[in-house]
Design a protein around this ligand. Structure first.
Ligand code: NOJ
Ligand code: CA
Length: 717
């Protein structure tokens, strides 16, 4: 078969070497910029596209097939291909994110583009591979062509063949929710554990005994950390992974639409990138920026209005059952525009009253917070979900006891920004009908950010939260918001895939089990040691940390120590960070609250000091602008003494470190509020040995200090 290969000179040597090394004439081999990773593309005897990946010559992904099942086509896009051409290229550029874990990101990869022709149909399919030093991204491309216009995908058949029965941190595959606790098990144990892993949710559609979600984190017996996810999920359904647990092969499983179809495409088009991040060092998984790098640069030219925000809100009181979103108990059902609220008897528990909101604004102003979120401000909450109601909210009409105008003026006077809330109750069609007016209202009253939500089953009925139609809706909302210069934090939306590089007004998502579940019966105490390796691979999470009182109003217990809650501001990166607890609980612990006030939101650089999914994560970050450093450690289920070096500090300088740590007898269940604060002097040679309790951790603020200031302060050896 004729194969045209063009290789830039600088690659020719290693390329040819590997070609011989793998010994196949058909194979195309690509190495990563510093040769750590190699990937091979080949066609099987049946003309099936196949790829494989090695790290330092050790297999990570065994030969895995690529292709699609198509609807209404006798011949799928699975075999019968020939290679028309291959092209190797390289790319090395740095870019500056609007916000992030560092101020500059390097995008450095070698690329292989394979052009395939299916002989019997004349259809063209390209596969573009980008090999970074810490992983591979690849996608399918369908150029404009005579033999392929519109096509419907019944299933994408991308395989990820594992080399063994790896340990995995997984949540059940589900078309509607990601709000599950992670299960740590061998791949072969997933089937047996699936039933217990599926816990209740307002909308959920698990689809198989061996289906799991991405981002999936695994560890092999030989100590390889392997992460599977996707990047740039645009106009396509979200990908799950279906495991063949006899052979340890994952195959992509796309979220269907109401018809059971998986994707409606037309040429020219590309799929999202499928990503494999791999390293012997768990910290490298956290440091990888593959997901962002595979997304397009920002499409928003003037980004000056996009600003990280630390906020408080009328929220935890509803989540814990202390107050209500609804205004009255008078009505069984609400008809917007017809139901007369002015005659309704207030239920006395409504949280979003003008008076209560002003209390939060005062608190935010006093402690230097940027924003206040208010939920339950608009009419309709009396029967907001469970009835598959179409016209459930208008996002415009406040309750009688919420003075929209007065509150906006009050917030402005106090220098605080209001965060809007749009719960759609998953009536997505209704949200789209109101979106322009709703965003305009925000502009009129000076709200710079919206928290949206998608609780319950989707309307149009039968659609799923992660289908192509919904993916397009979330994207529509982000782009429409950008027109109004509004920042978006979407809950229950599809999990992020780095789209925030292109649309940096997407400053947060939930799309995982957030702090709210600590009030709905609790999450596993090591949950937060897994999130950075899974959910956060695609972008920041609005986890809503900062709970200081663990025994909450409805009797639930937050499985975390207070020091762990502080550490989350460093370990769970987000440009949008809430201090979720009640003002009165912060007033009880003013010294610990100080850390939440001090901690930065936007970073110049991040150093991943220690990491093991499920067990511990310790990260140091340097704040943008101030030069201060913050360190966070979150710990798993057993107490542990960690050791970190401060060699990230400037060796010429001396620093003061304020350490907020678990006391020796702290425990997430029995003694969560046992913390202590120490001040020590540190420099680049210092080493810290610190105990973290079960479900605990520590948080450190480090700032440059003069010799005088450090006089009398104990030195950390
Ligand atoms: C679920 C969200 O995650 C939560 O934060 C919000 O308060 C409720 N939906 C109501 O919108
Ligand atoms: Ca939620």
């Amino acid at each position: 078969m004729y194969t045209k290969i063009s290789i830039p000179n600088r690659f020719r040597l290693s390329f040819l070497f590997l070609l011989l090394f793998w010994g196949s004439v058909q194979a195309q081999v690509l190495t990563s910029p510093s040769q750590t990773l190699e990937m091979k593309f080949s066609l099987s005897g049946q003309g099936e596209p196949v790829y494989e990946v090695n790290l330092n010559s050790i297999p990570v992904i065994l030969p895995s097939k690529l292709g699609f099942d198509l609807k209404n086509d006798d011949i799928d896009l699975l075999n019968g291909f020939q290679v028309v051409s291959t092209k190797i290229d390289s790319f090395d550029e740095s870019w500056k994110p609007v916000w992030g874990e560092e101020s500059q990101i390097r995008n450095h990869y070698n690329e292989l583009l394979v052009e395939l022709l299916q002989n019997s149909t004349g259809r063209k399919m390209l596969i573009r591979f980008r090999l970074f030093d810490e992983g591979l991204g690849f996608r399918y491309e369908f150029p404009l062509q005579e033999k392929m216009g519109y096509f419907v995908i019944s299933e994408e058949k991308t395989q990820f063949a594992m080399t063994g029965d790896h340990k995995a941190f997984w949540i059940p595959g589900d078309y509607d929710t990601q709000e599950y606790d992670f299960t740590e098990s061998k791949l072969s144990e997933i089937r047996g554990l699936m039933k217990t892993a599926i816990t209740p949710n307002a909308s959920q559609t698990p689809f198989s005994d061996t289906g799991v979600q991405t981002s999936l984190m695994m560890k092999s017996a030989d100590g390889f950390y392997i992460n599977l996810h996707e990047a740039a999920l645009i106009d396509y359904p979200a990908m799950h992974l279906e495991l063949d647990d006899q052979n340890m092969i994952f195959t992509s499983h796309l979220t269907p639409d109401a018809q059971g179809d998986k994707g409606y495409l037309y040429t020219p088009t590309t799929t999202p990138w499928r990503t494999i991040i791999v390293s012997k060092n768990a910290g490298d998984i956290l440091a990888s920026r593959i997901t962002y790098n595979l997304n397009e640069p920002s499409k928003i030219e003037d980004t000056s209005w996009i600003k990280p925000m630390k906020y408080v809100g009328v929220w935890w009181e509803m989540i814990t059952g202390k107050s209500s979103w609804s205004y009255t108990n008078d009505f069984k059902a609400i008809k917007l525009g017809e139901t007369d609220y002015s005659k309704a008897k207030p239920n006395g528990t409504h949280g979003a009253t003008t008076e209560n909101v002003k209390k939060y604004i005062d608190f935010a102003a006093k402690h230097g917070f940027d924003g206040v979120l208010v939920e339950g401000w608009n009419v309709g909450w009396e029967d907001w979900f469970g009835n598959s109601k179409d016209y459930v909210f208008d996002f415009l009409t406040p309750y009688p006891d919420f003075d929209l105008k007065g509150i906006s003026a009050y917030a402005k006077e106090k220098g605080v920004k209001m965060i809007m809330h749009h719960e759609t109750s998953s009536s997505v069609r209704n949200y789209e009908r109101h979106m322009d007016q709703a965003y305009q209202l925000m502009k009129d009253y000076g709200y710079p950010a919206v928290k949206s939500g998608y609780v319950g089953d989707i309307i149009p009925r039968g659609e799923y939260h992660y289908s192509q139609w919904l993916v397009n809706h979330y994207q529509y909302a982000i782009e429409k918001a950008a027109e109004y210069q509004i920042m978006v934090n979407a809950h229950e939306a599809v999990r992020p895939t780095g789209v925030a590089r292109t649309w940096p007004n997407l400053i947060g998502n939930e799309s995982a089990r957030g702090t709210e579940y600590q009030a709905f019966g609790g999450s596993k105490a090591n949950h937060v040691t897994i999130l950075p390796f899974t959910r956060q691979i695609g972008g920041p999470m609005d986890y809503t940390p900062g709970v200081f009182e663990m025994d909450v109003f409805n009797g639930s217990h937050v499985n975390s120590t207070l020091a762990n809650q502080m550490a989350l501001y460093v370990t769970l990166y987000s440009p949008l960070q809430m201090a979720a607890d009640f003002p009165e609980n912060y007033d009880r612990f003013p010294d610990a609250f100080q850390f939440i006030k001090d901690v930065a939101l936007d970073w110049e650089k991040s150093v991943y000091l220690e990491a093991e999914p499920g067990y511990f994560v310790t990260i140091a970050r340097k704040a943008k602008g101030t030069g201060e450093w913050f360190v966070g450690n979150v710990n798993g289920l057993d107490g542990r003494i960690g050791e970190i070096k401060f060699d990230f500090l400037d060796p010429e300088k001396s620093y003061l470190a304020e350490i907020y740590a678990d006391k020796a007898d702290a425990h997430f269940k029995t003694n969560p509020q046992a913390y202590e604060i120490r001040k020590v002097s540190v420099n680049a040679k210092s080493v810290l040995k610190e105990y973290s309790a079960p479900g605990g951790g520590y948080a450190i603020r480090i700032r440059e200090a003069s010799k005088e200031e450090l006089k009398g302060i104990k030195k950390l050896k």
